[in-house]
Ligand binder design. Structure first.
Ligand SMILES: Cc1cc2nc3c(=O)[nH]c(=O)nc-3n(C[C@H](O)[C@H](O)[C@H](O)COP(=O)(O)OP(=O)(O)OC[C@H]3O[C@@H](n4cnc5c(N)ncnc54)[C@H](O)[C@@H]3O)c2cc1C
Length: 474
């Protein structure tokens, strides 16, 4: 019996056949990333159904020095959840660890296992009379563990913060198989280092998140959504400023879409535009927990002022639930439609909000000057200064010619971002696609500190190797 067979046999004994998948036909969906860019291999997929099972499995992997790739919904946009091509790594899927352990409506917390999808958690919160606010287009598949491990942001971050801001407690299986139970339902807890924040955004490189305590908020009973067209980048900022000053806490989303990005959605998504064609668009949602809040009047009044001031060309307020969903579909279909539109170079960038107009203007001007014909299709989260500066393959250009420009296009964009005090990775993390960028664009002292943390928690370097940080060989 080979060493590998012995290893697999140990895992099988802990997890049983349903928890240890080795059939190559069943591995397919786990070893390719959502974008279909990264294709890996795996010895097996492990599917624990209890934290203790995972702990036992991790101890076996640690002893054998076998690398582990945690995986939730496999919706990473940076190849973070895909194993390498060696076939020597194992995937730990959390898709059987998905119970809601407790909902407490006085504490306003939910204690939930890592494999539950974000959409399932949203529904559970609604059933309990509360709101779980994290929201993004992949929420039907993306999981609690994945969202925490990537510190996902999404469309409501402007009001409620990113996954990290919703995180109160955590349960983690560490690389040596030990369980850290930090599932405290405390809104204040300053006892030493905030370890939970170390795992938020760690992208599976420090341990496997098995459960979390997350914050809930009062349920939403009134919603109003508007879709606007605007004439310039500066108007985007002016409208956001006006909204924030007038509506402050009731702004739940303020989303930007460029003329090109809307054109792509209209072509590939079969959707209709509720306003006239323009170079810039914004979707606005106001929310309130009081059912009788006069949100419609308030939204119409801000938009009327903005029209008067010349900040908005045209605006439509959704008249019913169907229209509200239709407006949102124009925003939520962006990633999917761009996937169908051809090669797509993604740049998930952020700048101080005050520099957002400059970011949009300069990226467009500099890219147009250098790369004739590229389609510049940015969209994103205005209130967080976070834009997905996606560049789409020009019609008629070959894949290889387009990909050959990737580094040059990236350099133009990231230089603009850096000069405006921004980040090359706003909410999608590093994964494997931004390893080199991370090394180029962050101070050596910062990287060194992170490597020391990684080496202290994962001395055998078995957690998701080749992602986030390149480590010296062990
Ligand atoms: C259409 C689309 C829209 C998106 N929109 C947004 C958006 O608006 N905002 C945003 O922030 N992101 C967005 N994303 C990307 C987002 O980061 C991921 O969708 C999500 O957060 C990852 O969750 P997942 O369960 O799919 O994790 P996976 O893709 O499976 O994994 C992502 C990373 O987390 C690690 N991981 C997963 N589970 C665990 C765990 N239990 N313990 C430890 N590590 C773990 C993996 O190893 C990997 O490094 C979008 C993605 C798509 C496809």
């Amino acid at each position: 019996v080979s060493v590998i067979d012995q290893f697999l046999d140990q895992l099988l004994q802990i997890l049983g056949p349903a928890g240890c998948v080795t059939d190559p036909a069943l591995l397919d969906s786990y070893i390719t990333d959502w974008r279909g860019i990264y294709h890996g291999q795996a010895m097996c997929v492990l599917r624990p159904s209890r934290t203790e099972e995972l702990a036992a499995v991790m101890a076996v992997c640690a002893k054998a020095g076998i690398a582990v790739v945690p995986q939730g919904g496999n919706t990473s946009l940076t190849g973070a959840a895909t194993p390498d091509g060696s076939g020597h790594q194992v995937i730990v899927s959390l898709n059987r660890l998905k119970r809601i352990r407790a909902v407490d409506i006085i504490d306003m917390t939910v204690t939930v296992e890592a494999g539950l999808s974000i959409a399932e958690l949203q529904s559970a919160a609604i059933a309990a009379g509360a709101l779980f606010p994290l929201s993004f287009a992949a929420e039907g598949s993306a999981t609690v563990g994945g969202a925490i491990a990537t510190n996902a942001g999404g469309t409501a971050a402007v009001r409620y913060g990113s996954a990290r801001d919703l995180l109160l407690g955590l349960e983690v299986v560490l690389p040596d198989g030990a369980i850290w139970n930090g599932l405290r339902r405390l809104h204040k807890d300053n006892a030493g280092y905030a370890l939970r924040h170390l795992f938020a955004g760690s992208e599976g490189t420090l341990g496997v998140i098995t459960a979390a305590v997350l914050r809930l908020f009062p349920a939403v009973h009134a919603r109003e959504v508007a879709f606007c067209s605007l004439g310039s980048e500066q108007d985007v900022l002016a409208l956001w400023r006006r909204l924030r000053e007038r509506e402050g806490g009731s702004v739940r989303a303020v989303e930007y879409m460029s003329g090109d990005s809307i054109a792509i959605v209209l072509r590939h998504g079969g959707l209709r535009l509720p306003v006239g064609v323009a170079d810039h668009y914004m979707l606005i949602e106001l929310n309130a927990s009081q059912p009788d809040a006069p949100l419609r009047e308030r939204l119409e009044s801000v938009l009327a002022e903005a029209l008067e001031a010349g900040e908005v060309i045209d605006a439509a307020v959704a008249q019913n639930g169907q229209q509200r969903d239709d407006f949102w579909r124009l925003r939520e279909s962006q990633t999917e439609a761009q996937k169908q539109a051809g090669g797509n170079l993604k740049h998930d960038i952020s700048v101080p909000v005050s520099n957002l107009a400059e970011l949009l203007r300069r990226c467009r001007a500099e890219l147009k000057a250098w790369f004739d014909g590229v389609r510049i299709a940015p969209f994103g989260h205005v209130g967080d200064g976070n834009i997905h500066m996606n560049i789409i393959q020009p019609d008629g250009m070959s894949d290889s010619d387009f990909l050959a420009c990737a580094d040059d296009i990236g350099a133009v964009i990231y230089d603009v971002v850096e000069s405006l005090g921004g980040s090359f990775s706003a909410e999608h993390g590093i994964g494997r696609s931004k390893l080199a960028l991370f090394e180029q664009r962050r101070p050596a002292a910062e990287l060194d500190l992170m490597r020391r943390i990684k080496a202290a928690i994962d001395p055998g370097a078995i957690m998701n190797p080749g992602k986030v940080l390149r480590m010296p060989p062990t």
